[in-house]
Ligand binder design. Sequence first.
Ligand SMILES: Cc1cc2nc3c(=O)[nH]c(=O)nc-3n(C[C@H](O)[C@H](O)[C@H](O)COP(=O)(O)O)c2cc1C
Length: 189
Amino acid sequence: MQVAEAISARRARRTLDTRPISDDIVKELVEAMRLSASCNNSQPWRVVIAKDNDSLALVKSALSKGNVWATRSPLILVVAAKSDDDCRLSDNRDYYLFSTGLAVGQLVLRATELGIIAHPIAGFNPIEAKKLLEIPNDHVVITFVICGYLGTDESLLSDKQRELEKNRPERKSVGENFFNGKWGVPLTI
Ligand SMILES: Cc1cc2nc3c(=O)[nH]c(=O)nc-3n(C[C@H](O)[C@H](O)[C@H](O)COP(=O)(O)O)c2cc1C
C-alpha cells in the first residue's frame, strides 16, 4: 500500500471484531513507532501493550462511557510520555507530546496498511489508568490506541457512532487551517 492510500483509507472506525491480533503484527506496530522522528532522537514515548485478558480488562475499566465500543478490542496501546524526556525549548516548545504524536501517527498508518483499525482516543480516566498499570505519576497518559480488525457487530455503538461509521466526518476548508505567506491569508489550492 502506498502512503497516500493508507492516509486515505485510515479512519477512526468503531465496529471492532474481537479476533486476536498476532504478535507478529504487534511487532510491526512497535517498529513503526520505534523508527519515528523525535527531537534530538529523544524517543519520549512509553507504551504499555495490553493484549492478554488481564491487562486488557484493566485498561478497559478506565474507558469513558462513550467509548464502550472499545471493550471489543483485542489490543490496546496505552501511550504515555513525560516532558523531561524530550526537548524543552524557548517559547513553550515542549516537544514530548509532538514527538509522541508523530510516532502514533506512524503506528496508525502502518496498522491501516496491515488491515487493522488503530483508533487513538482521549476518552478515558488517566488517573485510573496510571494507578492500574503502575505508570509513574510524572507521565501524561496521552492516548489509548484501540486496535482491532473491522467487524460487523455495531451493538456497542451509539446511534451517532453508527452514523459516523458510514462516512468520514467533514473536514474544515483548506483556507481555515492553511495560510498563504502570512497568518490569516487563506491558502487557495
Ligand atoms: C486525540 C484524539 C482523541 C480522540 N478521542 C476519541 C474518543 O475518545 N472516542 C472516540 O470514539 N473517538 C476519538 N477520536 C477519534 C476522532 O473522533 C476522529 O479521529 C475524528 O472524528 C475524525 O474522524 P476520522 O479519524 O475517521 O477521519 C479521537 C481522535 C484523536 C486524534
